[in-house]
Design a protein around this ligand. Structure first.
Ligand code: SF4
Ligand code: MSK
Length: 649
C-alpha cells in the first residue's frame, strides 16, 4: 500500500501548528510529524504486545507458527507482562514526581526549603485532617513535618495498605479488598511488578493484570493524589484564573523562555523571578521589552493554574515552539520532553537547558537546579536566556498570531466553592442537576496528543459533542490545553455551545461547562471530584454507580495507561481513542475490556472516532442513570430565582 502524503493541515487542527509544521519543512528541520512517517509500518509484534525481550534466550515473538517463546511463555503471559510493565512505568513517573514534592515539603518544614514556603496553610490543615494528623493549635511547620513523614511512608510501606486509599468511598475500598488488590507502598508495588515480570515468575495473565490494577491504584490514590495535595500546599490550591494558550503567546520583542515537563518546583520559582525588577532591568539592557515566560505540557498547566502564566502549547508543539525561531531558552525537567529538542534547537538560536539530574539530554546544557537556593538558580537561568536574546535571527522568526483566552484552575475546592459559596461549599447543586437530568453526567477527557492522528482533533470534537449533550466535561493535561487553544475554555464560548440544561446550570452557579482541572498528576482530582459526588449523596454509594466516564482520546504515554487502569479499578469506565498493545492475546483483551466489569463495575472501551466515543459516553452515562432510576428526560425550562432557591442551584 502506497504511503499517503500528508500535508501540514492533515497533521494538526490549530493554525499555529500547521504554520510551524510547514516552516519546519522549509527550514529542513526534522519533527515528530515526519519522523512518524519514517516509522511507518510500525512493528506488528510490538503493536500486538507479543514481543518479549525479558530474558536473553529471546527476543521471542509469538506467531501462529511459533506460539510459545523459548521458555514456553505464551501470548497471554507475554502480553500481560508487557502491560504490567507499562502500568508500572506510568505509576513510577507520577509517584516519583510526587516524592520530589514531598521531600521539598519536608525540607520546607525543617527550615531548609530555600525560597519555598507553605503557601496554602488551609490546604495543609485540611490535608492533615484527612490523615488524622493533629493540626489544631500546632505550627504549620510541625504539621508539615508529620505530613511529609506520613507521605514518605506511603511510598515505602511494606505491609500496610496505603492510607490514602481511605479517601475513596468505603464501598470502593471493599471492592479492592474483595479482589485482593489493596496496594501497599508505591515503591513496593512497582518493584514487585518488575519482579513478577522477570523471567520465570508470574505466568498467569489474570494474576499479572490484577497486579497492574493494584499498582495503578498506588498511583491514582497514592502517588498522583499525594502529588496534587502537596503541590497545593506548597504552591497554592488553584482557583479560576485567566490565561492564554497557543504559540501566539510568545513575544516578538521579549525574551521568550518556555518551560516544559511536569515538576512545578523550578517553574513556580521562574514565574516569580521573571517579575523581579532586577530581571526586568536586565532584559531592557539586552534590548528586549521584558521576559515572556510560557509553558508547555503539564508544567504549563501547573504555572497557568497558579500564576496565570500563558501556555505555549501541548505535547506535539514542543518542537514547533523552537521552530518559531523566537525562543531564547527551553527549560526542561521530567516527562514528555522529546530527546530531539537540542537537534531542533541547533537550527535556531534556542538553548535547551535540562535542570533535573535524573533527566539529561545529549546536546542540552545541563544546569542543576538547586532547590535550596531556588531563586538564585531561577535568576541565573533567566539571565542566561536574556544573554541569548542577541542571537535571535529575525529572518528565522515566525510567531503565529494564534492564541486564545482561557480560564483554568478548577480544583475540587474551587468547584465546591463556586457551586455553593463559602458558607455552603458543596457538590449538592451538581448532584441535584444530574438527578434532575439537566446535566446528563460528567466525562473526564484527559491525556496527550499523538502524531498517529491529527493533533487535538478527536479531543476537541468529543468535548464539543458532549457539552452539546448536556455533559459536564472535566479536563486535564494536554487535552485541557487542546480545548484552551480552540477557544473553548472561556465560559462565554462554551456556554454558547452547551446544551440547554447544562447551560442553565452553569449560568446559575457560575461555572463553565468545560473545567480545566490541571496536569496529568491532577487526574487524581477527577477521582476526588467523583468521590465528592458519591459523598454528597443521591447518586449511589460507590464510584461505579455515578454517571461519570473517563476518556483518553489521543494518549501516548505509559502514564495514560496507569491513569486508565486506576479509573477502571475505581469503577469508572474508560474509553480509549486507540487500543493498548494487547491485541495478541484474546484473554488479556477480554479481561480488560469485558471481565473487568464484573470485578470493578467498569472496563475499557475502544472507540476510534470522536463520534463513536460520544455515542459510547452517552450510552455509559445513561446506563448508570437508568440503574439509579433517574434517566428521565429533563424538563426544559429556564429557572427563575424561585426555582433556583427550591432546587438549591
Ligand atoms: Fe523469550 Fe521467555 Fe525469555 Fe521472554 S522470557 S525472551 S518469551 S525466553
Ligand atoms: S504532558 S503525559 S503528553 S497529557 Fe502531562 Fe501531555 Fe500526556 Fe505528557
Amino acid at each position: 500500500m502506497a504511503n499517503e502524503i500528508k500535508t501540514a493541515a492533515d497533521r494538526a487542527q490549530d493554525a499555529a501548528s500547521v504554520a510551524l509544521i510547514e516552516k519546519a519543512q522549509c527550514d529542513g528541520v526534522d519533527t515528530c510529524f515526519n519522523r512518524m512517517d519514517t516509522q511507518q509500518n510500525q512493528c506488528p509484534f510490538g503493536k500486538k504486545g507479543v514481543c518479549c525481550r525479558i530474558c536473553h534466550m529471546g527476543p521471542c515473538r509469538i506467531t501462529p507458527k511459533s506460539p510459545k517463546g523459548v521458555c514456553g511463555a505464551d501470548a497471554d503471559t507475554i502480553v500481560a507482562r508487557n502491560y504490567l510493565r507499562e502500568v508500572s512505568g506510568g505509576t513510577a513517573a507520577h509517584s516519583d514526581h510526587a516524592r520530589h514534592l514531598v521531600l521539598l515539603l519536608k525540607n520546607v518544614a525543617e527550615g531548609r526549603g530555600g525560597g519555598y514556603a507553605i503557601k496554602d496553610e488551609t490546604a495543609l490543615r485540611y490535608t492533615a485532617r484527612l490523615y488524622q494528623v493533629p493540626e489544631q493549635g500546632r505550627a504549620k511547620e510541625d504539621i508539615a513535618k508529620d505530613l511529609a513523614r506520613l507521605f514518605l511512608e506511603e511510598f515505602s510501606s511494606q505491609e500496610e495498605p496505603l492510607r490514602t486509599l481511605k479517601l475513596a468511598p468505603v464501598k470502593r475500598v471493599g471492592v479492592w479488598e474483595k479482589q485482593g488488590i489493596m496496594p501497599l507502598g508505591v515503591d513496593r508495588m512497582v518493584v514487585e511488578a518488575m519482579h513478577r515480570t522477570t523471567m520465570g515468575v508470574d505466568h498467569d495473565y489474570r494474576n499479572l493484570l490484577l497486579h497492574a490494577f493494584s499498582t495503578s491504584l498506588a498511583d491514582g490514590w497514592g502517588g498522583a493524589r499525594i502529588g496534587s495535595m502537596v503541590s497545593d500546599i506548597l504552591f497554592g490550591s488553584p482557583s479560576p484564573v485567566r490565561g492564554a494558550a497557543n504559540l501566539g503567546v510568545l513575544g516578538e520583542k521579549t525574551v521568550n523562555i518556555v518551560v516544559h515537563g511536569h515538576e512545578p518546583a523550578l517553574s513556580d520559582m521562574l514565574a516569580v523571578a521573571v517579575d523581579d525588577p532586577e530581571i526586568k532591568a536586565c532584559a531592557r539592557e539586552a534590548g528586549a521589552e521584558g521576559v515572556t515566560l510560557a509553558g508547555l505540557c503539564c508544567t504549563a498547566n501547573e504555572i497557568l493554574m497558579r500564576h496565570g502564566v500563558p501556555i505555549a502549547g501541548n505535547f506535539l508543539q514542543q518542537e514547533l515552539a523552537i521552530v518559531t525561531g523566537a525562543v531564547e531558552m527551553m527549560v526542561v525537567d521530567v516527562q514528555c520532553c522529546m530527546p530531539s529538542l537540542p537537534e531542533v534547537a541547533a537550527a535556531y538560536h534556542t538553548e535547551v537547558v535540562s535542570t533535573t539530574d535524573m533527566a539529561k539530554t545529549v546536546g542540552a546544557t545541563h544546569i542543576s537546579f538547586d532547590e535550596h537556593d531556588a531563586m538564585a538558580s531561577a535568576k541565573a537561568i533567566i539571565k542566561r536566556a536574556i544573554a541569548n536574546y542577541r542571537n535571535r535571527d529575525p529572518k528565522k522568526v515566525l510567531i503565529p498570531k494564534s492564541s486564545q483566552q482561557m480560564v483554568a484552575g478548577f480544583s475540587v475546592a474551587a468547584i465546591k466553592y463556586m457551586l455553593g459559596g463559602s458558607f455552603r461549599a458543596s457538590f449538592r447543586p451538581l448532584n441535584d442537576a444530574i438527578m434532575q437530568g439537566r446535566i446528563r453526567g460528567v466525562v473526564g477527557i484527559v491525556g496527550c496528543n499523538n502524531p498517529k492522528s491529527k493533533t487535538d482533533e478527536y479531543t476537541n470534537a468529543l468535548t464539543e459533542a458532549l457539552i452539546k449533550e448536556n455533559v459536564l466535561v472535566l479536563k486535564t493535561g494536554c487535552s485541557a490545553i487542546a480545548s484552551g487553544k480552540r477557544g473553548w475554555l472561556t465560559p462565554e464560548t462554551a456556554l454558547e455551545q452547551a446544551g440547554h440544561g447544562l447551560r442553565e446550570v452553569c449560568e446559575a452557579v457560575g461555572i463553565p461547562p468545560i473545567l480545566h482541572m490541571g496536569s496529568c498528576v491532577d487526574n487524581s482530582r477527577l477521582l476526588e471530584a467523583s468521590t465528592e459526588i458519591v459523598l454528597e449523596g443521591g447518586l449511589g454509594d460507590d464510584l461505579s454507580m455515578v454517571p461519570v466516564v473517563g476518556v483518553a482520546p489521543e494518549w501516548m504515554s505509559e502514564k495514560a495507561i496507569a491513569i486508565g487502569c486506576y479509573f477502571v479499578a475505581s469503577g469508572i469506565d474508560v474509553i480509549l481513542g486507540h487500543p493498548f498493545y494487547i491485541a495478541g492475546s484474546d484473554n488479556v483483551t477480554r479481561f480488560l475490556n469485558e471481565d473487568a466489569t464484573e470485578l470493578f463495575g467498569a472496563s475499557f472501551h475502544v472507540c476510534d472516532t470522536a463520534k463513536a466515543a460520544a455515542v459510547r459516553c452517552l450510552e455509559l452515562l445513561d446506563a448508570r442513570r437508568e440503574k439509579l432510576g433517574i434517566n428521565k428526560k429533563a424538563e426544559r425550562k429556564l429557572l427563575d430565582m424561585k426555582d433556583r432557591r427550591s432546587t438549591n442551584v
